[in-house]
Design a protein around this ligand. Structure first.
Ligand SMILES: Nc1ncnc2c1ncn2[C@@H]1O[C@H](COP(=O)(O)OP(=O)(O)OP(=O)(O)O)[C@@H](O)[C@H]1O
Length: 669
């Protein structure tokens, strides 16, 4: 292959073309600076490791890279090499000529690539090339989870000694189950109770929160029954502020449905404040280190993390290393949702075999003995792996019955079953709608979203929001409580309907749709033109702001608010948010730095939120971002009504459902 300097210049051109990122090039350059004799294949592979990290992959899978380079190489980059042996060819052709085995040999460099020991910046394990930091994270996560899983036998033995209390408590928490199928929530409680590490996964409304509250009640009861009678210190956390707030209210409602005597016990010993993971670890000013870490573990006996699909490798490694050795960890989430924005897909990997169960006879016997519940025989496996004994999948949705189109569509998409997707659309479901707009009619869609002309499915769109706002606006002299009530009711109404987009950029992305909807609203005279802040503007917080008490994902509404001025009150603009304390907070627009207008938001940003009516706009043609997970996540944001919008190409939803993205990683348990 060409000289290292020529490889660097090719990478630099690829950066200019918008293929690789600056940071990818910087890694290759760093390696060249450290080792002038590093092979060009190594420089390119290093840039690719970094590029793949940016796409969520923890490492570069070189085997996959040789099998299908187009799925890994940056699309925009023209990767031409001038090889002394093969001439001027594309890098793909050159790699094919060199072959996988010879390429791996070219990566050998004692100071740059190691197998894990030592301190090389890159680590090569089989076909997987890592940045050392991520390789280390994976190994730490594996060992800390394995160390917890290894305690199962002794925990199970203790529970068996307290069998009578265990059974009585479970019986009080779960009313007699009707029907022939197993009570998966009860099973999940028992499986989690006998382990210091467990995962409870399930689709929307399958009762994950309900189960967790019952599990807390069970574990706290058992802890208090012990001779020492010290209650467990329990913490609940979620990756984003929005998800934390949602869990907080779901927990409160699940606690209120507990039997009275258990409820009192749970309430007395639960720090019901759900925090973000970041906050839980204790961020420190001017430092990337958290207050809690391996040397200074968190004071906690049981940590429960909700929406775990959104937790990336870096954060999971930080959490696990800050968890005291004795503490239990329970992860909750929907394994089929989009993985984290940053690298890693830990929940997905932990749940790879969740559908099949894979329970060992010893697990099944223990569960039956302790709960009376029978795990169906098709979920038994005499050769089941250790991890599967710690994972439970809740299988019955209490939100979507069989008569719900949302539930059926989500299931069909999840299976990638195109025929089933079509059948759902042909069924007479009242809660799902499909709208198609040819691309040159995008304006019709945005006008309809703005309310003119009206569309039967969309109703009067955002025009309704503006008319509600102006018709109910208090007068300048009314007391501030009235303004709070006004804002609260507008925010509640606003959260009923949300436009979701697959993409951020482009006409059919969040940016394009927000601009077009604003233009349509301005066309109706509902908002001023060319004014960033106006009454009625909905905004999404895109970064946690602890001093203002705002969380990434919070939605606020810009409203007229009475301000004190010389000679009395005068109108000003303030943005109203509902805070964690459930009070309305009014923030000056000038204090808000990380926000965006939110008539439309990306599916990624909507994770952890739910809306009565979600309307998902897909782009006019396929895009790498469109996957089964994205479609599933978009559909399951809807609680009561889902509308799918296609532009131009009507096959996009089916093509997206057929595409699964497997993130490269080497976690193994
Ligand atoms: N076993 C059950 N029987 C009847 N209703 C239930 C049962 N379990 C949960 N529910 C109800 O179903 C709804 C969803 O439950 P829950 O919030 O626990 O589910 P979830 O999986 O956490 O949902 P989400 O998708 O919001 O994360 C709640 O209204 C809850 O009261």
């Amino acid at each position: 292959m060409q000289k290292p300097s020529a490889m660097l210049s090719m990478l630099s051109t690829a950066v200019e073309a918008g293929g690789f990122r600056d940071v990818d090039y910087a890694l290759a350059k760093f390696i060249h600076n450290e080792a002038q004799d590093a092979d060009p294949a190594l420089l390119f592979s290093a840039a690719l490791v970094s590029y793949q990290l940016g796409r969520g992959h923890v490492c570069l899978d070189l085997e996959a890279c040789f099998d299908d380079p187009d799925s890994i190489f940056p699309v925009n980059a023209s990767l031409l090499v001038d090889d002394p042996q093969y001439g001027c060819v594309t890098l793909q052709q050159c790699m094919t000529q060199i072959g996988y085995a010879a390429w791996i040999q070219r990566l050998a460099h004692a100071e740059i690539v190691g197998s894990g020991t030592g301190n090389t910046p890159l680590v090569l394990v089989g076909p997987r090339l890592y940045l050392r930091r991520y390789w280390q994270h994976e190994r730490n996560i594996e060992s800390m989870i394995q160390q917890r899983m290894a305690k199962t036998a002794s925990i199970a033995a203790t529970l068996t000694r307290h069998q009578a209390l265990f059974q009585a408590t479970l019986t009080s928490l779960f009313t007699a189950h009707q029907g022939p199928e197993s009570d998966w929530q009860k099973l999940a409680c028992a499986i989690s109770a006998r382990s210091a590490f467990s995962v409870i996964t399930g689709g929307p409304g399958t009762g994950k929160t309900t189960t967790v509250v019952r599990l807390i009640a069970l574990l706290q009861t058992l802890a208090l029954a012990d001779n020492k009678a010290t209650p467990l210190t329990i913490r609940l956390a979620a990756p984003t502020g929005k998800a934390a707030a949602r869990l907080q209210s779901a927990i409160a409602s699940a606690i209120s449905s507990l039997p009275v005597e258990v409820r009192t016990r749970v309430e007395a010993h639960l720090d019901s404040e759900v925090s973000t993971l970041h906050r839980l670890l204790g961020p420190q000013r001017d430092s990337r280190q958290f207050r809690y870490n391996a040397r200074n573990p968190m004071p906690v006996d049981l940590l429960i993390i909700d929406e775990a699909s959104m937790v990336d490798l870096d954060m999971m490694a930080s959490v696990l290393s800050a968890l005291p050795e004795h503490a239990r960890l329970i992860l909750i989430g929907d394994k089929d949702q989009l993985a984290s924005v940053e690298a890693g897909s830990i929940l997905g990997e932990l749940c790879l075999r969740a559908e099949q169960g894979n329970y060992l006879p010893s697990t099944i016997d223990w569960i039956q003995q302790m709960t009376g519940e029978i795990i169906p025989s098709d979920l038994q496996n005499t050769a089941g792996d250790a991890l599967s004994q710690h994972v439970v999948m809740l299988r019955k949705s209490h939100r979507f019955s069989d008569a719900s189109g949302i539930g059926q569509l989500a299931r069909a998409v999840n299976l990638g079953d195109i025929a089933a997707m079509r059948a759902v659309w042909h069924g007479a479901y009242k809660d799902i709608h499909y709208l198609h707009f040819p691309t040159d009619n995008l304006q019709t869609l945005t006008q309809q979203l703005a309310g003119k002309p009206t569309n039967q499915v969309i109703g009067s769109g955002y025009a309704a929001h503006f008319s509600r706002m102006s018709s109910s606006q208090p007068t300048l002299d009314e007391d501030l409580d009235t303004f709070d009530q006004w804002a609260r009711s507008l925010l509640t109404e606003y959260s009923q309907f949300q436009v979701l987009c697959a993409l951020r950029n482009g006409d059919a992305g969040v940016e394009g749709l927000n601009l077009k909807i604003e233009a349509a609203l301005a066309g109706q005279g509902l908002i001023p033109t060319n004014q960033p802040w106006y009454s009625g503007r909905p905004v999404l917080v895109t970064q946690n702001n602890y001093s203002l008490g705002l969380m990434n994902g919070d939605i606020g509404l810009t409203l007229h608010y009475p301000l004190n001025a010389a000679g009395g009150r005068a109108w000003g603009l303030r943005v109203a948010f509902i805070g964690k304390d459930d009070a309305v907070h009014w923030v000056s627009p000038s204090r808000l730095n990380h926000i965006q207008t939110v008539y439309a938001m990306t599916v990624h940003k909507s994770q952890g939120s739910e809306f009565e009516h979600a309307l998902l706009v897909l782009p006019p043609k396929m895009n790498p971002v469109l996957t089964r997970e994205l479609l599933y996540t978009g559909i399951t944001r809807a609680k009561a009504r889902f509308t799918l919008v296609t532009l131009d190409n009507q096959t996009v939803p089916e093509e997206a459902a057929a595409r699964r993205v497997k993130r490269a990683s080497g976690l193994s348990f």
